[in-house]
Design a protein around this ligand. Structure first.
Ligand code: 5RP
Length: 232
């Protein structure tokens, strides 16, 4: 199966198994999560799912969900009140102890806000995302308030981390997040402890959020290359 087919089947499985009528759901961002959005829309259209309210994690997701007619609410609306029943999202890396790296699409802040306030956080990946440890493979995105970029750079260098400021397509300037910030893509010299590093990086003034997702226990669904789906 192609990678895109694997993304589709694992996202469909997440919706079919974990989303029930009447629920409040979080919709993630990226090329895997988008299939979950499409599946929810398909089930709403057929009547298989009813009375769903969704919170989106990026402008990209909001536009697609809006286009497909999924009823949307903000996390602060009275209906949602800062909590969803289930959030479904992709990941850039999943370690053997289920620490995640996310934010390849620069949506980490809202993704974390939703995931950490969900009863169930369901992560959908193909098996290429499974790694023994995190920090040295996929660069960990750190969202930084632009005025603090030198401060954060100094602190990361003192932690012996290398980083680049993410540039947009066409390389004509930095990527600007939905929150008006920039992204440092950070690599460590040796594997790191996800929970420790998640707390440490967020303690640097000027860091808006980081892409370690280690302080919540996800349910991880993995699409294997033969199309089988494993639950971790
Ligand atoms: C966006 C994310 C995505 O979930 C992550 O980058 C995985 O994306 P994809 O499913 O396209 O590989 O964290 O900020």
């Amino acid at each position: 199966m192609t990678k895109d087919e694997l993304k589709k089947i694992v996202a469909y499985e997440a919706v079919d198994k974990f989303v029930k009528s009447g629920q409040k759901i979080g919709l993630g961002t990226g090329s895997t999560a988008i299939w979950a959005i499409r599946r929810v829309a398909e089930h709403l259209k057929s009547g298989k799912l009813k009375n769903i309210l969704a919170v989106t994690t990026s402008l990209e997701t909001e536009i697609e969900a809006e286009r497909l007619g999924i009823p949307l609410r903000s996390l602060n609306s009275n209906d949602i009140n800062g909590h969803v029943d289930v959030a479904i999202d992709g990941a850039d890396e999943v370690s053997s102890c289920l620490s995640l790296v996310k934010g390849g699409g620069a949506a980490l802040f809202m993704e974390k806000l939703v995931a950490y306030n969900a009863d169930k956080f369901v992560v959908v990946v193909d098996e290429s995302k499974l790694v023994p440890s995190i920090g040295t493979g996929f660069p960990v995105p750190v969202e930084v308030v632009p005025v603090a970029r030198a401060v954060v750079a100094r602190r990361l260098k003192s932690m012996r981390a290398d980083f680049t400021i993410r540039v947009g397509t066409g390389k004509c300037g930095p990527v600007i997040t939905d929150n008006g910030n920039i992204i440092f893509d950070v690599l460590f010299k040796t594997p790191v402890d996800g929970p420790d590093m998640e707390r440490l990086i967020n303690s640097i003034p000027g860091v808006y959020e980081n892409g370690f997702f280690s302080l919540v226990r996800p349910i991880v669904l993995v699409a294997k290359s033969d199309g089988a789906i494993e639950h971790l």
